[in-house]
Design a protein around this ligand. Sequence first.
Ligand SMILES: Cc1cc2nc3c(=O)[nH]c(=O)nc-3n(C[C@H](O)[C@H](O)[C@H](O)COP(=O)(O)O)c2cc1C
Length: 195
Amino acid sequence: MKKILILFAHPALHKSRIHSRLARAAGEVEGVTFCNLYDRYPDFFIHVPYEQKQLRVHDVLIWQHPFYWYSCPALLKEWMDLVLEHNFAYGRKGTNLHGKKALSVISTGGSEAVYTRQGFSHYSVKQFLAPFHQTARLCGMEYLPPFVVHGSHLLREEEIDRYADWYARLLTALRDNTLPTVKWQDAESINSLIP
Ligand SMILES: Cc1cc2nc3c(=O)[nH]c(=O)nc-3n(C[C@H](O)[C@H](O)[C@H](O)COP(=O)(O)O)c2cc1C
């Protein structure tokens, strides 16, 4: 059984429709450690040794957050800047994350059509996530395609519930190592690969 660490970043969870529901679903999956960064570090003072210890004892790292300016909310970036230190996460002696898996779990205001070459945003979500992909690679981790909830403002409650069930199934498959691996490189998102 793989141990999953979710690093969750949402600065306005009281207004959230999507992540409040996804977070609840994730918290119910056995083997998942759910870390709400804005709850834990409201002052942005990240406890680096604790965060590094958490990374050491988990097998799968998930960055879960709403898409903010085509990237992540500020506290998650701060977490990356401080926790993924030289000789811990990368560099000659920085092998602590080698062989682990990482992925992003994202919600976007824009619809799926917006995130195409012809669409308003011009690039896909996966393309926007290139810095996360390369960060994971530099740290010796395998970066899976993102789980994406598009068009968050237009989703009805029952559709959000379906995404939450879907997310719980993804976490279960990651924990039990039952995801199909063949098409990972080509897939824009992991959504369609969830059993
Ligand atoms: C500061 C800010 C920046 C945002 N940037 C983007 C963006 O770049 N692309 C996008 O599709 N939606 C963007 N949005 C919309 C959010 O992604 C959307 O409201 C969120 O995914 C909904 O999830 P929630 O219900 O959990 O808050 C932005 C929202 C805020 C407040």
